[in-house]
Ligand binder design. Structure first.
Ligand code: SF4
Length: 284
């Protein structure tokens, strides 16, 4: 028989209904949510979950998030009932209630449906084996895109040269535009010498993501590939792109361009991430 303890605002329950025999399980039952229990149980039942211990850890993560935000959203949801189409168990603020069913169908144009179909085939084909670059080429090929465009950071010039060779040797026509295209000085965006990367230089050229996107579109590019654009510059690129966009490399200078590394180490070496804004942007 399972002995589970649920602590909720000081109430301590011993409960036998909660799961498998003989496994002690402590759940901190937070805020309003019976879904918390459901979620933890659900995780515990999943074959890859590692059982109740991991469920409890996931639950604690959930609670940590709740302490920062009281509005529940998918990232807070450990259950992922949507994955198993368990529509009768959806949490109160679940997005599935808004974008599922008929609303879902209305959102997708025929072209969107085709794109989603090809993306699913790309995901299935070579799952866990194909690199992101292979997936990018496979998706572009399936979609029938003949002309691709690379929007890259000058810091990735060598990688861009390799990428354009690979894409061309796979039969694609390729255009490219580097971030400094347009050659506009940073004073245009009110950046003084003190805020340049190289403070010893009289001027620095600003990145021009809007120009990159506009140029690639003007060349008839059917799919734009972002290669190492900075945060914010990528935002502007996507904002201005009139063609579909995918990201091959997300720049992260501190993590070897592997941004997820910060998430993998957030609960160990990089716990300071939880108070980054408070620590780095004190009230002025
Ligand atoms: S859609 Fe609903 S069930 Fe799925 S993760 Fe989001 S909140 Fe959870």
């Amino acid at each position: 028989m399972l002995r589970a303890r649920i602590i909720h605002g000081g109430i301590l329950w011993n409960n036998a209904f909660l799961g498998q025999a003989g496994t002690p399980l402590v759940l901190l039952f937070h805020v309003s949510s019976f879904y918390d229990i459901l979620m933890s149980l659900r995780i515990a039942k999943q074959p890859h979950s590692g059982g109740p211990k991991n469920a409890a850890a996931a639950h604690l993560r959930l609670i940590r998030r709740f302490t920062m935000s009281t509005k529940f959203s998918c990232a807070d949801c450990a259950a992922k009932f949507c994955q198993d189409h368990m529509l009768d168990k959806l949490p109160p603020d679940c997005p599935t209630k808004t974008v599922g069913g008929e609303a879902f169908k209305a959102m997708y144009t025929d072209e969107d449906m085709r794109m989603a179909h090809m993306a699913a085939l790309t995901e299935c084909d070579g799952y866990g084996v194909h690199t992101r670059l292979e997936d990018t080429m496979g998706f572009a090929h399936r979609m029938g895109y003949k002309k691709l465009g690379i929007g890259f950071c000058t810091g990735f010039s060598r990688e861009a040269a390799t990428l354009i060779k690979i894409l061309r040797s796979n039969g694609f026509e390729v255009e490219s535009a580097c971030c400094k295209c347009g050659s506009v000085k940073k004073e245009f965006i009110d950046i003084d010498q003190q805020h340049q990367i190289n403070k010893n230089r009289d001027f620095e050229i600003m990145c021009n993501p809007a120009g990159q996107a506009e140029y690639l579109a003007s060349q008839g590019v059917e799919l734009a590939i972002i290669l190492g654009l900075c945060v914010g510059h990528d935002t502007l690129f996507i904002k201005h792109a009139s063609m579909p966009v995918t990201v091959l490399v997300a720049k992260d200078r501190a993590m070897g361009h592997n941004p997820v590394g910060a998430l993998y180490t957030a609960d160990s070496y990089k716990q300071y991430l939880y108070s980054f804004i408070k620590d780095n942007f004190p009230e002025e």
